[in-house]
Design a protein around this ligand. Structure first.
Ligand code: C2E
Ligand code: MG
Ligand code: MG
Length: 783
């Protein structure tokens, strides 16, 4: 911007012909016209008259003495001469005066009209005079302020060099010009376009210089602004993956396409000027119809538009493009063009896809998650074609999880996911819903026979011992199958009915499949309980009833057994036999078991503080709790919390619980015994009934199952067995409690057989704490 340019002025070196000649013609015309009407001033008239009188006098003298003419002749000659001289002198002077006046008027007019900074310089570059307007442009108070200033001294740097070159050219008699920046008297920098016109004397030597400078500051600033904007635009286009375009109102041809089109589409702007649909040829066929439809709508409705589509760029890359279009109207409201922006949004699309993948996939198995399955099912329901849904739940996964440890169990789940995917048809959409639950959408068939076949194959593969995976475990599953539209019209109904069917398959003995037909819906109540169970503890819906354990002789209450109940908000009191297996399967039994222990011991502490200080408490513990080695800590903490001696607590374990993992059970029992807690084998005789276990587990008490008690009075063999168990136990130092005593006769037999304790409806029923009668509690029996 600051570079100055020197260039010879047009028509340099005042050529005689051409513009200069025409200018002279213009001048003489003006002078002629203007000078004609000019009046002679009185002084000139007087001078003319005096000169004429002189000429007349001279003629008179000459006629009188040289030609010796007579007086009359002499007067006549003098008069004629005077008149002629007057006419002549007046003519000459008037013309000269007229032209001078005209020339002054013209130059005054020209100076007035001139919008340049005009300066008259001597050949040393000193400013002789500056025009009034020129002084104004230079911010001078008057032309005098600048008189004598050195013109060359105004310029600096490159402008100084340019001004000197122009000056030298002008000194050589050429008209020169240059553009440069110099400051005015106030220091404000201004841009000037200057011409130097040499003024020559009669001998052709340059005697002075006329310098005419045009103030082009505004113009230059405007140019600079435009150039900045232009550069900004170019920079933007160079760095942003954007195309700015202006299309004709009917999308037929481009008015303008920014250079970015080369980066975004891989097409040169020029190509689009010649073939405006060249970019459309890149759009993937799948996206083309929607794009054309949107363009058609924009034209038809004169409305804004926005659309995303994919292109295959000329370099083969597939890119996502987002285009916006805005119709531009003229004053009459007619759409005159469509402007807009096309942007490469591939990175954003990829990010969204990655997020989508994250949000809709199961991090452990890499399969789809519940959200993805729901989305897929919704899409299928919308299409309306029949399809099948399998709900797969591994059997006893909690047990596997505990036995294998979490890491191996996770690997097992991954393997299971892979097995499901590999076994089912390729179009099966496999998702993991969480935990050990998988679901599969099968769109290739909705035929029950075929789906049943697939389910059976899957079960066979899963349970196959040949399966070589991380678990190396014997895995079985239960599968529920629902069909669209038979078992539900939306994902929720279909998932629920498949879940219920899966539950029915579990009830039927696991390792099988069930369709969501009527027989499966029979299990809906259990299913509802299962669904409500997780909230029951937090909602305070569990409570404990207590049943007395008595001495057979005095029938005094020696101890009580805590029995859990669930007060279901809709179904009322639910017995433990219904929900304990569900709690065990889901693993909630651990938390619920800890709660039971705490509640039961709190109650015992309260009773003991109120006088029943010899009372003991029996608490049932399930197999699942036994696997969790924290049970010893939980028991210890609860005893300490309620300030109770360990001997007043008896933990009841069923045979089957002990047998699920005998080694672990033995370890846990040893831990409990170290605390001083007593251990009872519950429901003895219903499970393995091996007397060997009595020796192995060394319990403090054996509780004979009520099925034996029930037959005592009528069945001699049962009586023999019961007596045998009692004797054998006593030999081993184990006490015996008989459960389910409902009749006096049973009590008599047990008393005779030296059974240590009895429990049953005949003595007391399980009741809420306030209803328990402690009269006769054997204080001394507390250990
Ligand atoms: P259990 O430990 O053998 O408890 C005795 C069961 O027999 C109780 O059933 C009791 O109500 C019932 N019963 C007592 N006397 C008689 C009688 O004379 N005749 C008959 N027909 N039944 C009698 P309940 O309360 O339904 O408990 C069933 C089982 O649920 C319990 O059997 C126990 O194994 C389990 N259970 C109860 N509470 C808990 C608990 O807090 N934790 C765990 N893990 N299991 C529990
Ligand atoms: Mg019990
Ligand atoms: Mg029992």
């Amino acid at each position: 911007m600051s570079s100055s340019r020197v260039h010879p002025a047009k028509g340099a070196a005042a050529a005689p012909g051409g513009a200069s000649a025409r200018n002279q013609l213009f001048l003489s015309y003006f002078l002629d016209r203007y000078s004609r009407g000019v009046q002679m001033p009185f002084v000139l008239l007087a001078i003319t008259a005096a000169a004429s009188f002189g000429a007349a006098a001279l003629a008179f003298v000459l006629a009188l003495f040289a030609f010796e003419a007579g007086p009359i002749q002499c007067y006549a000659i003098a008069a004629v001469t005077g008149a002629a001289a007057f006419a002549l002198a007046q003519g000459i002077l008037r013309a000269a005066h007229g032209r001078r006046t005209a020339a002054l008027a013209l130059s005054a007019g020209l100076l007035d009209a001139n919008r340049e900074c005009l300066k008259l310089l001597d050949i040393d570059g000193k400013m002789l005079r500056i025009s009034e307007f020129g002084a104004e442009l230079m911010n001078a108070a008057s032309p005098d302020q600048l008189a004598g200033a050195n013109w060359l001294g105004f310029w600096a740097g490159a402008d100084r060099t340019a001004s000197e070159a122009a000056w030298a050219g002008a000194l050589a008699g050429k008209r020169t010009s240059f553009t440069g920046q110099c400051a005015t008297t106030t220091g404000r920098p201004k841009w000037w376009d200057s011409r130097l016109i040499p003024l020559s004397g009669a001998d052709g030597r340059v005697t002075a210089m006329l310098c005419a400078s045009v103030d082009v500051t505004q113009q230059n600033e405007l140019l600079a602004t435009l150039r900045t904007k232009d550069e900004l635009m170019s920079e933007m286009e160079a760095h942003v993956r954007l195309v700015f375009y202006s299309y004709s109102a009917d999308f037929r041809y481009f008015h303008y396409v920014s250079a970015g089109v080369e980066r975004v589409f891989g097409i040169a702007p020029l190509v689009l000027q010649e073939n405006s649909s060249a970019w459309l040829e890149l759009v993937l066929p799948d996206d083309l119809d929607a794009l054309r439809a949107e363009m058609g709508r924009i034209v038809a409705e004169s409305a804004d538009g926005r659309i995303k589509y994919r292109i295959r760029r000329t370099d083969g890359a597939i890119r996502w493009i987002q285009s916006t279009a805005y119709p531009v109207r003229n004053e009459a409201g007619t759409v005159v063009r469509i402007v807009g922006i096309s942007e490469d949004v591939t990175a954003e699309e990829e990010r969204i896809a990655a997020l989508d993948q994250l949000a809709y996939s199961d991090s452990l198995t890499g399969l789809a998650n519940r959200g993805a399955l729901v989305r897929q099912m919704e899409a299928h329901c919308e299409v309306g074609a029949a399809f099948g849904l399998m709900f797969i739940d591994l059997d006893r996964f909690k047990v596997l999880n505990d036995t294998l440890g979490h890491t191996a169990a996770d690997r097992l789940l991954k393997d299971i996911g892979r097995v499901i995917t590999e076994t089912l048809p390729a179009d099966a959409y496999v998702a993991r819903l969480g935990g050990d639950e998988f679901a599969v959408l099968i769109s290739s068939t909705a035929d029950k026979a075929r789906l049943g076949c697939l389910a059976q194959t899957l079960l066979d593969v899963l349970s196959s011992s040949a399966r070589n995976d991380h678990a190396g475990a014997f895995v079985t599953a239960s599968i529920g199958i629902s069909l669209y539209p038979e078992h539900g019209l939306d994902h929720e109904a279909l998932l629920t009915s498949a879940d219920i069917a899966m539950y029915a398959a579990k009830k039927a003995g696991r390792n099988g499949f069930r369709f969501a037909d009527k027989d499966a819906t029979g299990t809906i109540e259990d299913f509802e309980l299962e669904r409500d169970l997780p909230q029951a503890l937090a909602s305070g819906e569990f409570l404990l009833h207590y049943q007395g354990i008595h001495e057979p002789g005095s029938v005094s209450m020696k101890s009580v057994e805590a029995l859990i109940r669930w007060m279901h908000p809709a179904r009322g009191l639910v017995a433990p036999g219904v929900f304990i297996p569900i709690l065990e399967e889901s693993g909630f039994i651990v938390d619920v078991g800890a709660w039971v222990l705490d509640r039961a011991l709190a109650q015992l502490a309260e009773w003991r503080s109120r006088g029943a200080d010899g009372l003991c408490m029996s608490v049932n513990v399930s197999a699942r709790q036994l696997r969790c080695d924290a049970i010893v800590k939980v028991v210890d903490r609860a005893l300490r919390k309620h300030g109770l001696p360990a001997r007043c607590l008896e933990i009841e374990l069923t045979e089957s619980a002990l047998m699920e993992n005998p080694t672990l059970a033995q370890e846990t029992l040893a831990g409990l015994k170290r605390l001083g807690v007593r251990v009872a084998i519950d429901d003895f005789g219903t499970g393995y009934s091996s007397l060997r276990y009595l020796a192995d587990f060394a319990p403090d008490t054996v509780k004979i199952d009520r099925s034996f008690t029930a037959k005592l009075a009528r069945d001699a063999a049962t009586r023999t067995i019961v007596r045998g168990i009692i004797e054998m136990s006593h030999e081993l130092g184990i006490r015996v409690t008989a459960e389910g005593v409902e009749e006096e006769e049973q009590l008599d037999i047990l008393r005779d057989a030296k059974c240590d304790y009895v429990q049953g409806y005949h003595l007391s029923r399980p009741v809420a704490p306030p209803l328990l009668d402690f009269s006769g509690v054997a204080r001394a029996t507390a250990a």
